[in-house]
Design a protein. Structure first.
Lengths: 159, 243
């Protein structure tokens, strides 16, 4: 009985210490674990033109412009506080649209984020098209983009 | 504990497992058929993702099972380390390949979904990376179990690995809340109710039941096989020594 208790205490203490150690490591490396930076991060920190990084946020409504005759596309990424201009040349994923979450990878050069890759970020809402229409009609729809309306729940931590 | 020990007797367990096994198989086949029918035919597509959203009926239950199996493995390993119960090591060892298969399934289906939706097969964000680490933990656990000739030493070493690796499970679950990731936050299990329409939530939950029943079914088969295998080995040893 005594040895069983000893082993039990040992396992509990070891697991607790391990948990704390891993927690501290995660906390210390937070900067490296985050997948993307928000427009506010970019605006406040002003990364150098050679630093490759990811910028994530919402594609601002009405900001998507295509250059005629080329695959070049301009849009603005916002976190509802700050906005960064993005230039990208290439194919866009299916879910890319205005008001949707997006993660772009590239360099911040001369006030413009030159993206080499654009990934769409899906949100956690799943619903049939009819339901989405019905919600939109009833005026309950919470548009994620910045036209003054509130953000949907759960998104606040992401952007 | 006294009551649990009654079932922990391997002979009694064999009888119990023989009883549970056909029931688990039945629940698995019925709920799989119902879940697939509801998920693939009798439910709507998503307003944004269209038909691609249906991958979640396999992806989400597989990911849940990946974490569930590891949790079972860690608990069984703790029992094996602390109370030295032989059945708990058998349970942990039998769970590992099932959990690894679920983890692989979650990664593969997620990748198939990620290409059209995100625009990439794979990214090194916190959720995806931590699930990949989970797969490596399962594989490492199985390798360690097989690396010793002595079963007791194998049980001890691999139980320590399973427990140390358990820190990864809460990291997987909360990775989408703690850091910004490309992977979306939780839809079903979260504060303030799930953000998934009931017409899609039901097939998802039925598929989750099917996957859980599958785990119980295969676990029973694997544990019975291992226990019978042990018996045969002991009988052979007796023949050799006592012959």
């Amino acid at each position: 009985m005594k040895r069983k208790h000893k082993r039990l205490t040992f396992v509990i203490i070891a697991m607790a210490l391990l948990g704390i150690a891993v927690g501290l490591v995660m906390f210390a490396f937070e900067e490296n674990i985050v997948f993307f930076h928000s427009p506010t991060d970019i605006v406040t920190k002003q990364p150098g033109p050679d630093k490759r990084l990811r910028l994530g946020g919402l594609v601002e409504d009405g900001s998507v412009k295509r250059e005629a005759g080329t695959a070049v596309i301009f849009f603005k990424v916002t976190d509802l506080e700050n906005t960064v201009d993005v230039r990208y040349e290439g194919l866009l994923p299916d879910l890319f649209r205005e008001g949707q979450g997006v993660v772009t990878e590239g360099r911040f050069q001369g006030g413009v984020f030159n993206a080499t890759e654009v990934l769409a970020k899906h949100d956690e809402n799943y619903m049939p098209p009819e339901v989405a229409d019905a919600i939109k009609k009833s005026g309950q729809w919470k548009e994620p983009a910045g036209d003054g309306q509130s953000k949907p729940e759960g998104e606040s931590s992401g952007y | 504990m006294a009551d649990l020990h009654r079932f922990a007797n391997p002979t009694r367990f064999l009888r119990l497992a023989g009883y549970i096994q056909p029931w688990a198989a039945g629940i698995f086949f019925i709920s799989l058929a119902a879940g697939l029918y509801m998920g693939l035919y009798a439910s709507p597509g998503d307003y944004q993702q269209g038909e691609s959203a249906r991958i979640m009926y396999v992806h989400v239950p597989a990911a849940w099972m990946a974490m569930f199996c590891y949790t079972i493995m860690a608990v069984a390993s703790a029992v094996s380390l602390i109370w030295k119960h032989p059945l708990s090591d058998v349970a942990a060892r039998a769970t590992a390949p099932i959990g690894a298969a679920f983890t692989f399934l979650a990664l593969a289906t997620g990748s198939l979904w990620g290409k059209p939706m995100w625009g990439t097969w794979w990214v090194w964000d916190a959720r995806l990376t931590s699930v990949l680490v989970l797969l490596f933990l399962y594989i490492g656990y199985m390798a360690l179990q097989g690396a010793f000739d002595d079963r007791t030493r194998a049980a001890k070493a691999s139980a320590v690995l399973a427990l140390v690796g358990f820190v990864n499970v809460p990291i997987i679950k909360f990775s989408v809340d703690w850091w910004n990731t490309l992977h979306q936050p939780a839809s079903v299990i979260k504060m303030g109710g799930s953000s998934i329409d009931p017409s899609m939530l039901w097939p998802l939950l039925i598929m989750a039941l099917a996957f859980k029943a599958y785990y119980v079914w295969v676990l029973m088969i694997r544990m019975r096989t291992e226990l019978v295998d042990n018996k045969v080995r002991i009988m052979r040893l007796r023949q050799v020594h006592g012959g």
